[in-house]
Design a protein around this ligand. Structure first.
Ligand code: 5RP
Length: 226
C-alpha cells in the first residue's frame, strides 16, 4: 500500500473534488485520509448553506461527516449522484482500494453513483496495477479463499491489526486477506475470478468504475476524465 503522499497533495485533491458538489445532490463519502479532506471541505460548504445529503462508506467516514455537520442517509434510502473516494493505486481508470478495509461498502456506494470521482496524490499513480489486492472474506472461508488465491497466482496474507492482537475485522465483521499478484495485466479478468470465489464478500479491484480522477500536487491539481 502506498502511503507516501504529502498532506498538501491529498488536501488539494480532496478539496478539488469537493468543489464539484452541487446543491441538492446525494454525495457518497469515501474513506481514508484523502477522502477526509473532501468530507471536511463539504462540511464547510454545508456550514455556508450547501444543501446536500451524504452517504458514508465506513464507520470512519460516518464519524467524520457527523463532526463536519453533513446530514446523512443510508444507501437504501437514497440514490447517489456523486461519490468521492480515495484509492491505494490508480492505473488509467482502474483502481486498487481497501487500504482501510472499507472497500466492500465503498464499492457499493461508488458503483451506484451517477459520477464517481477518485481523489489521490501522485504516489498512487502507476502504469499497471501491481499492489496487493485486499479481499474481504467470511472468516469461515479464510483458508479456502487463500488456497484459491494461490491457484490464481497470488500470495495471500491475512491482514493483522495494529493495536489489537489478531486480524483486522472489517466494519462488516469479516477478515481481510491482502493478495499480491505482481503486475496485474488483466484487472477485469482477475476481478471476475476473485468475485467468483465462495466466501469472498468483496475485493478491492475497482475496474472501469471511475469517471474522473483528481490528482493533487503541492502546487495544483490535475483532473483526468475517463
Ligand atoms: C479505504 C480506501 C482508501 O480510499 C484508500 O486506502 C486510500 O486511502 P488514503 O487516502 O488514506 O491513502 O480504499 O478502504
Amino acid at each position: 500500500m502506498k502511503q507516501g503522499g504529502s498532506d498538501a497533495a491529498k488536501r488539494a485533491a480532496g478539496e478539488s473534488a469537493a468543489e464539484t458538489v452541487e446543491d441538492g445532490q446525494v454525495v457518497g463519502l469515501g474513506t481514508g485520509s484523502t477522502a477526509a479532506y473532501a468530507i471536511r471541505a463539504i462540511g464547510r460548504q454545508v456550514d455556508a448553506g450547501l444543501d446536500i445529503v451524504g452517504v458514508p462508506t465506513s464507520f470512519q467516514s460516518r464519524e467524520l461527516a457527523r463532526e463536519a455537520g453533513i446530514p446523512l442517509a443510508d444507501l437504501d434510502e437514497v440514490s447517489v449522484d456523486l461519490a468521492i473516494d480515495g484509492a491505494d493505486e490508480v492505473a488509467g481508470g482502474d483502481l486498487i482500494k481497501g487500504g482501510g478495509a472499507a472497500h466492500a461498502r465503498e464499492k457499493i456506494v461508488d458503483a451506484s453513483a451517477d459520477r464517481f470521482l477518485v481523489v489521490a496524490d501522485p504516489t498512487k499513480e502507476a502504469e499497471t496495477l501491481s499492489g496487493p489486492v485486499p479481499v474481504e472474506v467470511l472468516s469461515a472461508a479464510r483458508t479456502t479463499v487463500a488456497e484459491a488465491v494461490r491457484e490464481l497466482g497470488g500470495e495471500p496474507t491475512l491482514r493483522q491489526a495494529k493495536r489489537k492482537d489478531g486480524p483486522v475485522i472489517t466494519d462488516n465483521g469479516n477478515l481481510v486477506t491482502d493478495c499480491a499478484f505482481g503486475a496485474i495485466e488483466e484487472p477485469a479478468a482477475l476481478a471476475t475470478d476473485l468475485a467468483s470465489l465462495p466466501g469472498v464478500v468483496e475485493h478491492g479491484l475497482f475496474v472501469g468504475l471511475a469517471d474522473e480522477i483528481h490528482v493533487g500536487r503541492e502546487d495544483g491539481v490535475t483532473v483526468r476524465e475517463f
